[in-house]
Design a protein around this ligand. Structure first.
Ligand code: 5GP
Ligand code: ZN
Length: 112
């Protein structure tokens, strides 16, 4: 989607600090980090969010999680949190599905 912020980041029309890239996924550091490590893992194909996932998206959803785990390992994180915000009331502000990888500080529960 040409007017989607994350599609534009994927196309490198908007600069970002890369953490990982392959043919399916781009991962980059959040511009407003909420932890010492805060990386966003996004599929290169546009999908608004978790609410739009169907069975056909099983592979890409799995790729996001597995890549988040691999990034956490490569960054030396022993504990970390993976978050999908789904819908504005849950805190989703960018409507291109993304998985947050947060780590490097103690987390609290429940989340705010
Ligand atoms: P959400 O609130 O939708 O779950 O997460 C969107 C995330 O994207 C936020 O954590 C926000 O800081 C991040 N973000 C918004 N605009 C940009 C940007 O232009 N560049 C980067 N790297 N992150 C962004
Ligand atoms: Zn998009």
């Amino acid at each position: 989607m040409s007017d989607c912020l994350f599609c534009r980041i994927i196309k490198k029309e908007i600069p970002s600090k890369s953490a990982y890239e392959d043919e399916h996924i781009y991962a980059f550091h959040d511009i407003n980090p909420q932890a010492p490590t805060h990386v966003l893992i996004v599929p290169k194909t546009h999908l608004d969010g978790v609410a739009q996932l169907g069975v056909k998206d099983t592979e890409i959803a799995g790729r996001l999680i597995v890549q988040a785990k691999r990034l956490a390992d490569s960054l030396g994180l022993k504990s970390y949190r993976l978050v999908f915000n789904s819908g504005a009331e849950a805190g989703q502000s960018v409507f291109h599905i993304h998985l947050h990888l947060l780590g490097g500080r103690r987390m609290t529960w429940p989340p705010g």
